[in-house]
Design a protein around this ligand. Structure first.
Ligand code: NAD
Length: 338
């Protein structure tokens, strides 16, 4: 089937394009290259032997979105990754986030609403749960008030999709990712953060390379076994595979509701110090780090209950935290040598 992947040259999008092509689907990518590069197409080609069709379109331009769907009137399957994702930047510049993450979503849904049938997968996030009261987090764990404009765009995005699906022929799956890390085993694609990495693992690998002086660990007095925050780190290839399963579920009309929600995580929490230990083991080197005060906005612990994804989608992760960190480190070494 033909599938539009917005943000398909980004970190999770590019890995998903590979898995879609490997499963025999035809992919059309829209990306404005705001956080990616056209070189990623070569990486996808090197892995799959197929060059996906690519259009450099900024989804904030409604006219360009309308024109795209006019030219591709047969497209009815969409995986929507395109968004801005830096929490700190969203606090500093909320309107940029509301425009990019919400306006773009509305323009796409306005086109889909006109169709007799369409399938939509949305990149949501575990940030919608905030600091949940009980662990692990299930899909029924209550949503908490968003801690940042970025988190709010994911909550609002979910609500918009749910409202539109009720009155249209759009069927949707909302995928709430935990913390994606790692790279494709071929090392042809991986994460390419611009500027100072916002996420722990790219910061660790860059520190391991000597690009960053040291890692700052924000707080070791949290109520966790070693005092540092706990997250659920999922290998990006495992995450990408879930998108193929979710899209095929919609295409084959196996969905039980107009809008379904799934947590995508490993079900295991790792503390910041656990991740550092994994890095030191796989790299064979000590990581320079310093414990500093807690950072505002960090929740203590989040990890997923993955029962629903396992039983309903028949999906579960394959990679351990060590394998995921090893692949992120291998990718860092490759990128820096290139
Ligand atoms: P990414 O920045 O690597 O990929 C996003 C892609 O979208 C980039 O290639 C960017 O150029 C493109 N893009 C952004 N705005 C666009 C626009 N207006 N028009 C066209 N293209 C545009 O990010 P990612 O890590 O691959 O994340 C993908 C999605 O998953 C995002 O929606 C993000 O919010 C969500 N998510 C990511 C994480 C994470 O930790 N990486 C966690 C939870 C949810």
């Amino acid at each position: 089937m033909k599938i539009l992947v917005t943000g398909g040259l980004g970190f999770i999008g590019s890995h998903t394009v590979v898995e879609l092509q490997n499963a025999g689907h035809e992919v059309v990518i829209i990306d404005n290259l705001s956080n990616s590069s056209e070189d990623v197409l070569n990486g996808i080609f090197a892995i799959t032997g197929i060059l996906p069709s690519f259009e450099n379109i900024d989804l904030r331009d409604k006219n360009l979105v309308v024109d795209f769907f006019k030219r591709h009137s047969d497209i009815q399957n969409i995986i929507h990754f395109a968004a801005s994702k830096a929490v700190g930047e969203s606090v500093a510049n909320p309107l940029l986030y509301y425009e990019n993450n919400i306006a773009s979503l509305i323009y796409i849904l306005q086109e889909l609403e006109k169709k007799t049938a369409s399938n939509f997968i949305f990149s949501s996030s575990c940030t919608v749960y905030g600091q949940a009261e009980t662990m692990p987090i299930t899909e029924n764990t209550p949503i908490q008030p968003a801690l940042s404009p970025y988190g709010n765009t994911k909550q609002i995005g979910e609500e918009i999709i749910t409202d539109v699906a009720k009155i249209s022929s759009i069927s949707a799956i909302l995928l709430r990712y935990f913390n994606p890390i790692g790279a494709h085993p071929s090392m042809n694609i991986g994460e390419l953060p611009s500027g100072v990495p916002q996420n722990l693992v790219p910061f660790i690998t860059q520190t391991g390379m000597g690009i960053r002086k040291e890692l700052l660990v924000y707080g070791d007095d949290y109520p966790t076994p070693d005092g540092t925050c706990i997250r659920d780190y999922i290998h990006v290839v495992d995450l990408a595979k879930a998108h193929v399963i979710a899209m095929e579920r919609l295409i084959n009309k196996k969905n039980l509701d107009k809008v379904e929600i799934f947590n995508l995580g490993t079900g295991k929490g790792s503390s910041v110090l656990d991740v550092i230990t994994s890095f030191e083991k796989v790299s064979g080197q000590k990581l320079p780090y310093k414990i500093v005060d807690r950072r505002e906005g960090d929740v203590t612990t989040t990890y997923a209950n993955t029962d629903k994804a396992k039983t309903v989608l028949g999906w579960q992760t394959e990679s351990s935290i060590e394998e995921s960190v090893a692949s992120a480190w291998k990718w860092e070494l490759k990128v820096r040598k290139a």
